[in-house]
Design a protein around this ligand. Structure first.
Ligand code: SF4
Ligand code: SF4
Length: 291
């Protein structure tokens, strides 16, 4: 595979997001769950993936480890693998609804998580199937039975494959004070990835600092996400995952069951009504000469 094939992948992914009936909030309005997708590529030999063992935890897979979990017979090198990453941005009405909230998530926001994430998994499966039709082996790490999320050796919670860290490696965005990934389409989104046995030139990574797009780290001019958090889970030292989960996965889950009548959870207040909600802050783009 080469650059032309990366275009084929980008088109296949964007066509699926655009046209699949599964891209749906499953509300009476019939609206989609996700806006136009962003796609990026990173190499299995990118040294960043080794650093994630320190940053995320020793249990975090390298792309080779993730791939070999599904294909133990694989005898290739890390550079024979490409990680295809994507961002599914929240749509305008979903962000607008959550902007108005100050404690619980809006109905649309929760629908974007449940069933919206089901579409993200459908996309993972679609990519694996399309590659398979071309005779290329691939794996969606999050769909592996061995994928796990929970208490970690290093942090309160982490997983053995982080979609956001793969997206960072693929040049799609950098982390903010709240831990969210700030992309060209902002921080309100879901992320996904597939590791494939092919070589595609990595996407440019227009940053070196993992906090490059966050105004707090840029010049201290923003603590918007901190102010939005109803349970003080964000401080100038970062994101308290335990406090966040207690609210989003506990208090809000009970609210969702009572008010909306299904098992779901979410919060996302720190992803809406903030300067990085729908794009990289202009001040930062100007400083980078990109505006
Ligand atoms: S709201 Fe402000 S401080 Fe928080 S992540 Fe966005 S730019 Fe950074
Ligand atoms: S998701 Fe909600 S609880 Fe968690 S940090 Fe953001 S605003 Fe706070």
């Amino acid at each position: 595979m080469d650059t032309d094939d990366s275009r084929w992948l980008e088109k296949m992914i964007s066509d699926f997001v655009e046209n699949s009936p599964e891209n749906s909030l499953r509300m009476d309005t019939g609206e989609k769950a996700w806006d136009e997708v962003l796609v990026g590529f990173s190499s299995g030999s990118d040294p960043l993936y080794k650093t994630y063992k320190d940053v995320v935890g020793e249990e975090h897979w390298t792309p080779l480890e993730a791939f070999s979990t599904k294909f133990p017979d694989f005898s290739g090198d890390p550079e024979d693998l490409t990680i295809i990453s994507w961002i599914l941005p929240q749509r305008g009405p979903t962000k607008e609804d959550n902007r108005k909230e100050s404690f619980y998530p809006s109905r649309r926001w929760v629908q974007a998580r449940f069933p919206g994430e089901e579409f993200n998994s459908a996309l993972r499966k679609r990519i694996v199937r399309e590659l398979d039709l071309k005779g290329i082996r691939s794996v969606a790490p999050l769909l592996l039975p061995e994928w796990k999320w929970g208490k970690s050796s290093k942090y309160v919670f982490s997983s053995n494959w982080s979609e956001r860290h793969a997206a960072y490696a693929a040049g799609l965005g950098t982390f903010g004070l709240s831990d969210g990934l700030i992309t060209e389409k902002g921080k309100a989104h879901r992320v996904g990835s597939v590791v494939a046995n092919l070589r595609i030139p990595p996407s440019p990574r227009p940053y070196e600092d993992h906090h490059a797009y966050c105004l707090f780290y840029f010049d201290g001019s923003c603590t918007g996400c901190q102010k939005r958090c109803p349970v003080d889970a964000i401080t100038e030292s970062g994101h308290d995952k335990a406090k966040c989960w207690d609210h989003a996965g506990g208090t809000c889950a009970r609210f969702v069951k009572e008010q909306f009548g299904f098992d779901g959870y979410g919060c996302g207040l720190c992803q809406t009504a903030v300067p990085c909600e729908s794009g990289i802050p202009i001040k930062i783009l100007k400083a980078m000469g990109r505006k």
